[in-house]
Design a binder for this molecule. Structure first.
Ligand code: FAD
Length: 326
């Protein structure tokens, strides 16, 4: 398989660069073809303007997407952009390797995204989401270092959740273009952990990349579920979960499996959100927001929970209040 790594760190001896080097080594050992666009060492120009093109559609008004469509039809991309599009077209998986900067990607990588993901050759018309360049089967992975630790990005921290922070890449770049996002690989605060912990990050990346193409990607919704770019044809449900009886030893024994099942459903797009009271709360409740074609599908899923026998499920279909108000 062909893997394209887009790397965006200005220091070759950084930990981010060490992760990139590890990724190259691990993927080549697994017999994949690896191409690296090391944006700083290439001197990649991140500024998106007329220098993206050798052709001109409208010299009086620069409308980037119109120029991109024209350039796609007339082989009119600048050599640096054209080379990157060709690498992207050949890739079965893309990896964005970067340090988290200002809750986002470094400017040089944002410039690559802005200049290389062009209307026409890369996306547009039916070429989006499951119909996109990645055909709904190719893969996208984030390989990221951070300053903050996992707690600040865990959903209860002072920063937005990791999922929110990565949505522009996972949803806006990978999935928008038909590349199924994988679980991100995050090396938390590499500058503040022990040398052993940094080695452990490299070792776990090595193990993970051996099976890059066997991993179950995260499921984000297909564009086909939103006809005419409207709202979801699948329904949303609020499930209020209460206990039939107090937790016993068996309950606690099954709890880890229960949580793993919920995590899996989140990855598969069945559960959009879950909040639960602490296990010891006398008036224990959990709240799930679920996405499914019908109530029956929600009921069938909930029956599969390892703790289903202990629980009551009160399922309410949700309304799209935002749309109703418009
Ligand atoms: P480095 O400091 O380069 O490396 C850490 C340590 O690893 C160093 O001691 C290095 O010597 C060592 N190392 C290198 N190679 C190896 C190896 N092979 N084996 C073992 N050790 C090795 N953080 C946030 O959380 N959120 C933000 O929004 C954010 N915004 C930022 C914005 C900017 C402009 C900047 C500059 C930083 C920001 N940060 C933010 C912090 C940034 O994310 C981290 O500094 C960065 O991700 C750390 O990764 P690094 O590769 O640069 O670490």
């Amino acid at each position: 398989m062909n893997v394209l790594i887009i790397h965006a760190h200005h220091e070759p001896r950084s930990f981010s660069s060490a992760l990139k080097d590890q990724a190259v080594e691990s993927l080549r050992r697994a017999n994949h073809e690896v191409v690296v666009s090391d944006l700083y060492s290439m001197g990649f120009d991140p500024v998106s303007d007329r220098r993206n093109f050798s052709t001109v559609k409208d010299a009086n008004y620069l409308k980037q997407q119109a120029e991109e469509t024209h350039a796609s039809e007339s082989n009119g991309f600048a050599a640096d952009v054209d080379a990157e599009i060709s690498k992207l077209e050949a890739a079965d998986a893309i990896i964005f390797s970067y340090p988290l900067w200002w809750f986002g990607v470094p400017a040089i990588l944002k410039g690559w995204i802005d200049r290389v993901l062009v209307a026409g050759r890369v996306y547009g018309g039916p070429k989006l989401f499951e119909g996109g360049l990645g055909e709904g089967t190719k893969r996208g992975m984030v390989l990221m270092t951070t300053g903050g630790g996992p707690d600040v990005y865990g959903g209860w921290g002072v920063n937005p959740s990791l999922e929110t922070i990565l949505a522009p890449v996972q949803h806006g770049v990978f999935w928008f273009n038909g590349f199924r996002p994988l679980e991100p690989f995050v090396a938390w605060s590499p500058a503040h952990v022990s040398p052993e912990d940094r080695q452990a990050y490299l070792a776990s990346l090595d193990v993970r990349l051996e099976h890059l193409f066997e991993e179950q990607p995260l499921v984000l919704p297909n564009a086909a579920d939103f006809p005419n770019w409207g709202t979801d044809i699948q329904n949303r449900y609020m499930v209020v979960v209460t206990r039939k009886r107090e937790p016993d030893e068996e309950y606690l024994h099954r709890l880890p499996d229960e949580l793993r099942t919920i995590e899996l459903w989140k990855r598969q797009g069945h559960v959009l959100d879950m909040q639960a009271a602490g296990v010891a709360e006398p008036n224990w409740r959990a709240f799930l927001t679920m996405r499914a074609p019908g109530k029956h599908d929600v009921e069938s899923l909930l029956k599969q929970l390892p703790l289903a026998g202990y629980l009551n499920f009160d399922i309410t279909e949700l309304d799209n209040i935002g749309m109703a108000q418009r």
